[in-house]
Write a protein that binds this ligand. Structure first.
Ligand code: BGC
Length: 715
């Protein structure tokens, strides 16, 4: 332990130590809340001295309040240990970039990192020392509203994005708290907070790697999750937190609970009293308790009873103090809430340009029947639908972002084409249960037919994804379909622009539309980015990192699934039964890796440098990619492997590499990937990690649905 930290620790009372392990929101602080003493503080039966020596605060909205709170705290805390201020800066602070699921479609960890750096620079001026980000939960079920915060269903890609975000924040002096440890992304039936029950194999192969990558990238904090995992809520799960996170992976940073999760141990039914909660949480090595006060109320008794040791408490406090020191809080408690005069990077032209680029790179063109890009010569443009004339497209969990600073689609189009006439009409409300008004639908059809082109905005409002927004039905609301049909009939030159935080079921729309561009929740520069994409100033190059199901009943669905003994209809079992549905396909509507551009690419001449690999060798897999369209375009070339026979059933495909190539019309390029033995390792039947000899298939293609392959044998 550093001398400065041990000195501080030695001078603290137990009560003061427990306060370091407690996090409350700003309403508890007397300096920024008039109601603190009589209101929430009394609700949690806290003493003034508890608040005086509190360790950290979440959710204060502006640097002035943070400054005031810190100043008040430094005057009252006997030990003069600064508060840490934490907030959810999930996809941008004030300049907001697309939601993480959208960012992931860029297939660019570098871009993700740049955006995290931008967010951190703005945090430094906004009173935020720690961001509760990235969420690195692995996901497969679009019914779960929080898929928007994840980067998708692929293990390899998620790990790259997790590390990129942690490095982005922390290289700019903001601590990253990864969440939610662990397997929060697998709630039964896609219902938020629900039970998670899974084998250790699935946990380790799919769910843990991104957290591990974030820990390896030196994330300073980890948040435990709300869910129970195999019967034990994560915050109380000693095998998970102490066992895997700390002992196996060597994480020595700060573990924080999720909001009120200590109390929820009682609701889960694994604790009867506050004392039980504190005991279980401390035993699992949670350091900070968020928005509850079981440590403050119960640890003393647990120590007196010999159930918790003072060393356990000291280790937790030491980790919190070390974090404060790492962040430079002892040198300058006000570093992220100082009053700044000069020029600010917040919403600067440079930051806006990056947010715009990110929104362009994350958009995924799902359908295009020779409609896009639109010509810039068009004179009359209708923008119809609930999301065309609003800054609310900034997205859920948008930090300190403000819809008023956000470029709406209407403004984006008008700025790009100042001489065009742009007419907007809402047509229907975006809410799930909205009813279509026949008069408005008629007006929309009439407007559509009176314009050269139509941009029709459909999807879900930002507030319909994020925490607590699970859905049973992923179809577009019927009112939106009515609007679509009327508009499309009125003018076939209609491009649907889809705003969504999750994969939706677009089976009907996909067949009937002329073009479908998914822009997710695109952030502050959404409108300009979409305009650039629609009118060919930018090329859509996003590729899905989460399957779009053909029907809600397919969920959970993911490309990297295991094979079964009776896999599919074209391989019929002799009794006629196979693992399929009687009323629809197994395949998603749009698979992982899918996305169109404004040109086309052909893959030919797949080759392998050898048809066998010895231990320690590598094999080079190559393919020729040709731009067969008539525009320059960028393709994301994807490498998938399949281990044909193992001691356990192996996934039908796993992404192992990707690269982007930009080609002029007619241009071709040979793209090569090196396959190493490392890429062939997996958790074998005996739970050791390694390879097994046998045949491997190599696929290189446009998406996870690519079928051509070559094989080699690992000796
Ligand atoms: C969410 C976390 C978030 C925390 C603090 C919780 O409800 O699950 O992701 O970081 O609140 O805002």
């Amino acid at each position: 332990m550093k001398e400065s930290i041990s000195k501080k620790l030695a001078g603290m009372t137990l009560e003061e130590k427990l306060c370091q392990l407690t996090q409350l929101d700003g309403s508890f602080l007397p300096d920024i809340s008039d109601t603190a003493v009589t209101g929430p503080m009394s609700r949690l039966s806290l003493k003034k001295s508890d608040i005086d020596s509190l360790g950290s605060v979440l959710n204060i909205q502006n640097p002035d309040s943070v400054r005031k709170a810190q100043r008040g705290h430094m005057e009252t805390d006997r030990n003069r240990i600064p508060l840490l201020f934490m907030h959810d800066i999930v996809h941008g602070c004030k300049t907001v970039y697309p939601i993480p699921l959208g960012m992931a479609a860029s297939f660019s960890p570098e871009l993700m990192r740049e955006c995290a750096e931008m967010a951190a620079e703005e945090c430094k001026l906004s009173g935020v020392d720690v961001t509760f980000s990235p969420m690195v939960d692995y996901i497969r079920d679009a019914r779960w509203g929080r898929v928007m915060e994840s980067t998708g269903e692929d293990v390899y890609l998620n790990a790259l994005y997790a590390a990129a975000q942690v490095k982005g924040y922390q290289s700019r002096g903001i601590a990253s708290c990864i969440k939610h440890f662990a397997a929060y992304g697998a709630p039964e039936a896609g219902r938020d907070y629900n039970t998670v029950d899974m084998s250790e194999r699935t946990l380790r192969e799919y769910y843990l790697p991104a957290y591990h990558a974030a820990v390896d990238a030196d994330a300073y904090m980890v948040m435990t999750s709300f869910n129970s995992l195999n019967g034990i809520p994560a915050a109380a799960n000693e095998a998970l937190v102490r066992g895997i996170l700390r002992e196996e992976w060597g994480f020595d940073g700060v573990v924080i609970s999720d909001y009120n999760a200590f109390n929820e141990m009682m609701t889960h039914g694994i604790a009867e009293t506050s004392e039980d909660c504190a005991y279980l949480a401390m035993r699992a090595t949670n350091d900070i308790e968020m928005m509850s006060v079981n440590y403050i109320h119960s640890i003393k008794k647990l120590i007196d009873d010999g159930r918790i040791s003072t060393e356990q408490v000291d280790s937790a406090v030491e980790r919190v103090l070390e974090l404060k020191e790492k962040l430079g809080m002892f040198d300058n408690p006000y570093q992220h809430c100082e009053q700044h005069t000069g020029e600010s990077c917040i919403l600067s032209a440079e930051h806006r340009a990056l947010a715009r680029k990110a929104a362009e790179k994350s958009a995924v063109l799902l359908e295009n029947r020779n409609l896009l890009p639109f010509s810039k010569e068009v004179r009359r443009i209708a923008i119809i639908g609930p999301f065309g004339d609003t800054g609310e497209i900034i997205g859920a969990w948008s930090g300190f972002g403000n819809p008023r600073d956000t470029v709406s689609l209407k403004d984006g189009v008008q700025q790009l084409l100042p001489n065009a006439e742009v007419i907007t009409l809402r047509g229907v409300d975006g809410a799930i249960n909205a009813k279509a008004d026949p008069e408005e639908i008629r007006k929309a059809a009439k407007l559509a037919s009176a314009c050269d082109i139509v941009i029709l905005t459909l999807g879900e409002p930002s507030g319909d994804s994020g925490e607590g927004t699970s859905k049973q039905n992923l179809e577009l609301p019927s009112a939106q379909y009515e609007l679509f049909r009327a508009v499309q009939a009125g003018n076939p030159n209609t491009a649907v622009v889809l705003f969504t935080g999750r994969p939706l079921v677009l089976t009907t729309l996909s067949k009937e539309c002329s073009a479908l561009l998914n822009v997710w929740q695109p952030g502050t520069e959404g409108g300009s980015a979409i305009a650039n994409l629609l009118f060919g100033e930018a090329e859509p190059e996003g590729r899905l990192t989460m399957s779009f199901p053909a029907a809600t009943g397919q969920c959970p669905i993911h490309y990297n699934h295991m094979n079964t003994g009776r896999p599919r209809a074209d391989d019929l079992h002799r009794y006629g039964y196979c693992s399929s549905y009687i009323d629809g396909p197994n395949e998603p509507l749009y698979p992982f890796g899918y996305g169109l551009g404004y040109t086309g690419f052909e893959y030919t001449d797949l080759s392998l440098s050898s048809d066998s690999m010895s231990s320690g060798d590598t094999i080079t897999a190559s393919v020729t990619v040709t731009n067969v369209g008539n525009r320059v375009g960028t393709e994301t070339v994807q490498l998938y492997l399949r281990d044909l026979v193992g001691s356990v059933v192996r996934p039908v495909k796993e992404l192992k590499g990707f690269c982007k190539v930009t080609l002029a019309p007619g241009e071709k390029q040979v793209v090569s990937f090196e396959i190493s033995e490392e890429m062939l390792k997996f958790l074998r039947a005996d739970m050791t990690f390694g390879t097994e000899p046998g045949e491997f298939r190599v696929f290189i293609g446009h998406s996870s649905a690519c079928t051509g392959y070559l094989s080699f044998r690992l000796k």
